[in-house]
Design a protein around this ligand. Sequence first.
Ligand SMILES: Nc1ncnc2c1ncn2[C@@H]1O[C@H](COP(=O)(O)OP(=O)(O)OP(=O)(O)O)[C@@H](O)[C@H]1O
Length: 356
Amino acid sequence: MSSTGSDPVVSVEDVTVEFDNSGGMLGFFDNTNPVRAVNDVSLDIGEREIVTLIGESGCGKSTLGKTAIGVQKPTSGAVRYRGQDIWEAKSSGKNASVPFSEIRHALQIIHQDPGSALNPNQRVITSLSLPLKKWNPDMSRERREERIHAMFERVGMTPPGDFLNRYPHQLSGGEKQRAVLVRAMLLNPDLILADEAISALDVSLRVEMMDLMLELQDIFDTSYLFISHDLSNARYIAEKSGGRIAVMYLGEIVEIGGVDEIIENPQHPYTKALRWATPNLFDDRDEEEFPIREIDVPDPRNLPSGCNFHPRCPEAREVCQREHPGEITTGAGEHLCRCFRADDTHEYWNSPDLHD
Ligand SMILES: Nc1ncnc2c1ncn2[C@@H]1O[C@H](COP(=O)(O)OP(=O)(O)OP(=O)(O)O)[C@@H](O)[C@H]1O
C-alpha cells in the first residue's frame, strides 16, 4: 500500500506481529496460540504525509504504530526508515549505513496519556530539556531554553516561563498534550506516531490539537501516523492534510484511501459499518439497518478461515469462508480494499449467501 509522495519515510513490508502469551504456569492452561496483533501488513508513509489508522479496540493499531517507528520488533517482515532496515541497523551497530540511534531520533511518539512523557516530579522545562540534551549534547543551556521558549510561544502557551516552570499536575490536559507535542517536535522528527493523542481531550479541544499538529507539520515538514478510534477525527485530519485513512480489522488493513474514498465511497462492509456508527458523517443512514452482524469480534488467537470479517459481515458469501481476500485496487488506484465485492469479476458474485 504505497504513499503518494516520493521516497517513503517509513516502509512497513509484509509485517506480522505475534505475541506469545503462553509463558508461565498459568499459560499451560491457556489457549497457547499466539495473538496475531498485526497480520501481513504493508504500508508506506511518505514525506509530510499523514496516515490515519482507524478501527475498533484491539484491532492492532498501536502494535502496527509501534512497529512502524521501531519500538516493537516484527515477528516477520521488514520495517525500513528511508530504505534502511530498522532492525538490521540495530544489530549492525556502528556498521549500519543509518545508525539505529538516528532512526529512533527521527521517529517519535506521543501517547494518549501525556503524563507518561512528563515526569510528575520535574518541572516541565526539565522534562522538555532532557531529550534535547541527549540528542544535542553540545547545545548550550541558554540555547536549549531559548528553543523551548520559542516553541511554547508558537503553540500559544504564553508567557512560556509561566507554563515551563510548573509541574505537570499544574497544567490542564490540553496544555500537557501541547507540551508533549512540543517535546517531540523539538527533536525535529521525520515522523510522529500520535497514538490516540487527542482521545483523552475534551471534544472541544480535539480540533484545536489537530490544527496545532497540522500547523507544526507545515513548519517542521513532519509526517504523522495518527491513530484514532473515531472516524470523524480521522476524516478531519485527513481532509485538511490530503492524507489517507487506513481501516484496520483484526490485524489487517482492510481498506485504505483518501477521504473521498473511505468516507464518501467506502467499499469494505466493515468501513461502511464504521461510517454508519459515526452518525455525524452520515445524514441519511437507515437507523434500522445495522450493517454488521451482532456477534463478538473473533479472538485474534483463532482467526477465522477465509476473510477475517466474514463471521460479522452481512454481505458474506460462501467463498468468503474459504478464501482470504488480497488487496484489490478500486477506483483511481490509491484506493485499496480487501473485499471480493471490490472486484466485479470475482466468483463471489456467483457464490451462495452465507448468512441467510
Ligand atoms: N505486549 C502485548 N502482549 C500480549 N498481547 C498484546 C500486547 N500488546 C497488544 N496485545 C494484543 O494484541 C492485540 C492488538 O492490540 P493493540 O493494542 O495493538 O490494538 P489497538 O487497536 O491499538 O487497541 P486499543 O485501541 O484498545 O489500544 C490485542 O488482542 C491485544 O490484547
